[in-house]
Design a protein around this ligand. Structure first.
Ligand SMILES: *[C@@H]1O[C@H](CO)[C@@H](O)[C@H](O)[C@H]1NC(C)=O
Ligand SMILES: *[C@@H]1O[C@H](CO)[C@@H](O)[C@H](O)[C@H]1NC(C)=O
Ligand SMILES: *[C@@H]1O[C@H](CO)[C@@H](O)[C@H](O)[C@H]1NC(C)=O
Length: 706
């Protein structure tokens, strides 16, 4: 589901890995005037060192498998930093054609000089018979997007049309494109572009409700185009038969409160993933194309208790469900649609934490599901599932990246929260579990919008593991890890449960012999900052440092102002403090900004983006100022505090509208390096050994082998 939120990017991870030239010089400052330069200066040497380590880590893993290639009738299309290329399937050894040249597209005047183009290709869609190509581009440090349509016919390839602000797009035929646009983080209209009729654009669907996000998609078999209108708690889907020339769009089921559903097609019937039923958890139902409404839905699969469905793919006559097992592992349940009672389950390796299925394109093998599995410290491995045979095959190219499997341990723990609920924790470590009592620990959390904590591969996390850290991922309520009820329990009045869960997780890690307060840091981004900020107010001694990216810390102030982007959409999540007293009291009880008191806070690194429309900068600045004041007034009250290590609050404001971190490779490396330098300084960790050596013999290359 594609919605705008204070959450993770829905853009390709690939964007983060593109090495590009520098575009802007970042600005740093700390709020404490007495240490305005030393606040950041004290990290400089280490930052320079980590710059090299982080860069080397990203480059080492720059060729991990991904699914950005698209196979069409005659060619394979792929994305590179400077545009889109294609290879002829018949003559694969010929050099690739450049189909879209970003330099050319953004060329100013007659300048022949190569200039830096601050745009990246996001996604590509080839029309069914390969007549046209549609490409979306995103501007760096901006929410600005556009779609370029290229004629692939005979003769030279050239951009035909440019559409502004396109966020989702699919071809219905070779000449008809459906798309939606993003305006002020909202997407409420589906458009139809007809390239045969003077390129006319018509609006085909308009959603009146402000908290609904509209996107277009296609079913896996490419036969139907869907217009999906989802709010945070309900859905409405329109379906269009791509092969029907009259192109009548029809509604599957009118929006009902708290009914979420997603549509797939199989042999003239619709297969839906929906939360219909007494538990309001996802299950699979079947209905007919001619009469698809709610009263005709036939349940065909309901997961056993403790299992939750995360996603669904239809491959030939099989329905493949990605599930989470009671022991928090990823499983694949394969069901025959001809005989729904025939079902088998495959459990993926215990380290697998993230799963990505290749989205179908028209020319794919129709009996195979390709997928990648990974974890924050395990680079993606590529597999194929043949549902008919119940076989999972390892794809080519995995051999070289499996050596790590023996050196990293994945341990799953459960912490008992205040109300008795067991909260899953995933822990990665290189040393034995029994030998973790002194190692530094980085704890990750999110817990909002029913989204799972991001567990995608990160070269930075992998580097931390190599440096001896343990990494913990706390799957607190408010996220979706244990199903839709995991989210429902911790939204609006229940939000404090996310905080209680996080506190329980950190305490459980310590009592299990993993690390200790003085060498533990918490990290989160966006809405994940809420449980972190609340924990700091309630138990500041539990941890030593905090790093937050684009943090949402002023929940009360933001939700009181309905003119801000996302306030209306987010009432489902945090409640409405203007109209509902009990919501206001709930928000006031945990809002990080409104519960700051004079005490010894952990050191904090807050990274903000000045024009971020999802998280207003003002709230982060207010938070940093109030925390600094609270620390100062606490220290002034305690005479002996002079010898105490003073917590440092660093506000690193970067330019741009980014919410999801830097896209420019150099800036991203720099930001990561500052975070590592900050953690090493504030946790007072010994420097990695060869840095110490390097200081004595400055000619030693720090990127050489460990
Ligand atoms: C296309 O546009 C041109 C000029 O605007 C007009 O003369 C022509 O009739 C249009 N054709 C169609 C099929 O609408
Ligand atoms: C795997 O590593 C070997 C030796 O380092 C190399 O020759 C080979 O090309 C690599 N294979 C892949 C698929 O990267
Ligand atoms: C506030 O919201 C809750 C649900 O979260 C609801 O039960 C209650 O009636 C609402 N109160 C008012 C005054 O609207």
């Amino acid at each position: 589901m594609l919605t705008a939120s204070r959450g993770y990017p829905y853009t390709l991870l690939l964007l983060k890995l593109l090495p590009l030239k520098r575009v802007a010089v970042p600005r740093f400052y700390t709020l404490d005037n007495s240490s305005s330069t030393s606040g950041i200066e004290c990290y400089r040497d280490l930052q320079r060192y980590f710059n090299r380590r982080v860069r080397a880590a990203y480059l080492l893993y720059s060729a991990v498998p991904n699914f950005s290639r698209v196979c069409s009738l005659h060619h394979i299309y792929y994305i590179d930093t400077d545009g889109v290329y294609r290879i002829d399937k018949q003559n694969a050894d010929q050099s690739p054609d450049k189909v879209l040249d970003l330099q050319q597209l953004f060329k100013k005047g007659g300048s022949e000089q190569k200039q830096h183009v601050p745009w990246a290709v996001q996604r590509i869609r080839v029309s069914p018979q390969e007549k046209h190509l549609a490409v979306t581009l995103k501007k760096y440090q901006s929410e600005e997007q556009r779609c370029v349509i290229i004629s692939l016919g005979h003769g030279p390839l050239f951009p035909l049309v440019q559409l502004e602000k396109v966020i989702s797009f699919e071809w219905a035929t070779d000449d008809v494109l459906y798309y939606t646009t993003l305006n002020g983080l909202r997407s409420r209209i589906a458009f139809r572009l007809d390239l045969t009729k003077n390129r006319t654009i018509t609006s085909v669907f308009e959603e009146p409700k402000l908290d609904v996000f509209v996107e277009v998609a296609v079913t896996r078999d490419q036969k139907f185009l869907t217009i999906n209108s989802n709010s945070r708690s309900s859905s409405e889907v329109l379906v269009l038969d791509k092969e029907d020339q009259s192109q009548e769009i029809f509604l599957v089921q009118k929006r009902l409160p708290d009914l979420l559903y997603h549509v797939e097609h199989w042999k003239g019937s619709l297969i839906l993933l929906c939360n219909y039923g007494p538990e309001q958890e996802y299950q699979v139902v079947q209905t007919s194309l001619s009469k698809p409404s709610f009263d005709t839905w036939q349940p065909i699969y309901c997961p056993p208790s403790g299992f939750t469905i995360k996603d669904m793919e239809i491959i030939a006559d099989f329905c493949i469900l990605t599930t989470r097992t009671p022991s928090h592992r990823i499983g694949l349940s394969v069901m025959s649609l001809n005989h729904p009672d025939v079902l088998y389950t495959l459990e993926l390796p215990s380290w697998a934490c993230a799963f990505e299925a290749r989205k179908a394109s028209a020319q794919d093998k129709t009996n195979t599901l390709e997928f990648l599995i990974s974890s924050p410290v395990h680079p993606p491995l590529h597999f194929c599932l043949i549902p008919e045979k119940g076989l999972i095959l390892s794809a080519e190219g995995n051999q070289n990246s499996t050596d790590h499997l023996n050196t990293i341990t994945t341990t799953r723990l459960e912490a008992r929260s205040k109300d008795g609920t067991l909260v899953p924790i995933t822990l990665f470590h290189a040393a034995r579990l029994k030998a973790l009592d002194k190692v530094p620990l980085l704890v990750h959390v999110y817990g909002s919008y029913g989204r799972d904590l991001s567990m995608e591969f990160s070269p930075k996390k992998r580097l931390l593991l190599q440096l001896g850290w343990a990494l913990a991922y706390c799957h607190v309520r408010g996220g979706g890890e244990r199903g839709l009820s995991w989210h429902r329990q911790a939204r609006r009045e229940g939000k404090l449960k996310s905080v209680e869960d996080l506190v329980a997780c950190v305490q459980h890690l310590f009592s299990s012999g993993v690390s200790s307060s003085t060498v533990t840091a918490l990290t989160a981004s966006s809405a994940g900052a809420i449980p972190v900020g609340a924990l700091c107010n309630l138990h500041p001694h539990l941890i030593q440092a905090v790093t937050l990216q684009a943090p949402f810390l002023d929940v009360l102030g933001t939700m009181m102002d309905s003119s801000l982007p996302l306030t209306i959409e987010d009432r489902e999540e945090w409640g409405d403090p203007v109209e509902n007293t009990s919501h206001r009291l709930a928000i006031s009880s945990y809002c990080p900004l409104h519960n700051i008191t004079p005490q010894r806070y952990p050191s904090m690194l807050l990274t903000a983006y000045s024009a971020d429309s999802r998280v207003p900068l003002r709230g982060i600045q207010n938070y940093a100022e109030k925390i600094q004041k609270a620390i100062n007034s606490h220290l002034s009250l305690i005479p002996e505090s002079g010898c105490e290590h003073k917590p440092n609050v660093v506000l690193n404001i970067q330019p741009g509208e980014n919410h999801n971190g830097q896209e420019d490779f150099d800036l991203m490396v720099k930001e990561d390096a500052l975070e590592l330098a900050f953690l090493y300084t504030e946790l007072r960790l010994d420097l990695p050994t060869h840095l110490r050596r390097k200081r004595r013999y400055s000619n030693v290359n720090p990127t050489s082998k460990e």
